[in-house]
Design a protein around this ligand. Sequence first.
Ligand code: FES
Length: 125
Amino acid sequence: MTKHTHSVCKYCYCVDGNISESQPSYGTRLFERLNTLSRQSFSSLQLEIQSVGCMWACKHGCVIAISSPEKPTYLITDLPPDETAAPLLDFMQQYINHDTGEFPYKKLHDLFPSATLVQIPTVLL
Ligand code: FES
């Protein structure tokens, strides 16, 4: 079984600056919510959710990446931390089930209308 990875930047705050450094970052909140919700629908053999360092899109938090060795990588930014976990896991399920992992831009845009979406082609052909 091919493993799929969902990476979440743990350092992302939000550009509005409404969070103090003593609170969990927005990225940490999103990571924890994804972990909690994913236990209901994914096995650890098919999906790894990892908390990672800065992905260089700091002014566009929250920032996540979805990847698998033989599928395109999706980098998604400008995600709100609390209401985004469920649609991200819905997208993750479709990504896992899809043979090539390729999605039309419109479909992703409908799921994450305020986000910036980047598709990076697979490096394995
Ligand atoms: S702090 Fe999250 S991308 Fe830089």
